[in-house]
Design a protein around this ligand. Structure first.
Ligand SMILES: C[S@@+](CC[C@H](N)C(=O)[O-])C[C@H]1O[C@@H](n2cnc3c(N)ncnc32)[C@H](O)[C@@H]1O
Length: 236
């Protein structure tokens, strides 16, 4: 795989070390290089995204990391070029990560990126979220995949007992939670909107959905960075 190191943006070190352990930075830099190189030439990332790869994409996804307990199995639906799945795998070598993505061009990039980055706990599955059957995961993540009601119909059946869905959303998150009443009720699930950031970073908005059949005991309830809950809806 090719990276274009002279065009690869440099991270704001204060920001990235607020989100990632310093020993993870070389691998994360390498991944950003792959996104800026092959990611752009293969049409997975728009060239205009390159200057904001760190803040808008890598840091944005990395903010999820403290929500994940040690050693869990994560499935990232509609992973695209690896956001957030590959960022989480790079940030947290303790995780097992499955990336689900239907487009061959993207799964080829993901497979080659895993090889280049030495990620042997990541599995790339070519397919659609709704085609994943017979498997359960501790955490289901997705970013920019589908409106929350549709996403929940794909994600909730994949959550193991005690697991959660973490849906990365924008400012529409509260409205999407309200629109998901039927899906939440069907699974007796609760949903809360978390806004995550570190000083100087953009905000990452996440809808955390806990199916009611599980108690989610032992899961982090507070993000070590700033975390607010502007909207919490409980359906049972
Ligand atoms: C807007 S992109 C987001 C990619 C990545 N998550 C990100 O945030 O950059 C949506 C991705 O979902 C994939 N996708 C579309 N329909 C899907 C489905 N039913 N199941 C899984 N992935 C799907 C697309 O191929 C695409 O890679």
């Amino acid at each position: 795989m090719a990276d274009v190191s002279r065009e690869t943006p440099e991270p704001d070190l204060a920001l990235v070390t607020a989100v990632f352990a310093p020993d993870r930075l070389p691998a994360l830099r390498r991944y950003v290089g792959l996104l800026a190189g092959d990611g752009v030439t293969r049409g997975l990332i728009g060239p205009r995204e390159v200057p904001r790869l760190w803040d808008r994409h890598v840091l944005n996804c990395g903010l999820l990391s403290p929500l994940l307990p040690e050693g869990v199995h994560v499935v990232d639906l509609g992973s695209g070029a690896g956001l957030p799945g590959l960022v989480l795998a790079l940030a947290r070598p303790d995780l097992s990560v499955t990336l689900v993505e239907p487009m061959l061009r993207r799964t080829t990039f993901l497979t080659e990126a895993c090889e280049a980055l030495g990620l042997d706990r990541v599995r790339v599955v070519r397919g659609r979220a709704e085609e994943v059957v017979g498997e359960r995961f501790d955490i289901v993540t997705a970013r920019a995949l589908a409106p929350l009601p549709k996403l929940l119909t794909w994600a909730l059946p994949l959550v193991s007992s005690g697991g959660v869905v973490l849906a990365m959303k924008g400012s529409s998150a509260p409205e999407e939670v309200a629109a998901s009443a039927r899906e939440l009720g069907r699974w007796r699930a609760s949903a809360e909107v978390l806004t995550l950031s570190v000083p100087g970073s953009s905000v990452t908005t996440v809808v955390r959905v806990v199916p009611g059949r599980s108690s989610a005991i032992g899961w982090p309830t507070e993000h070590p960075a700033r975390s607010t809950r502007p909207n919490r809806r409980k359906r049972s």
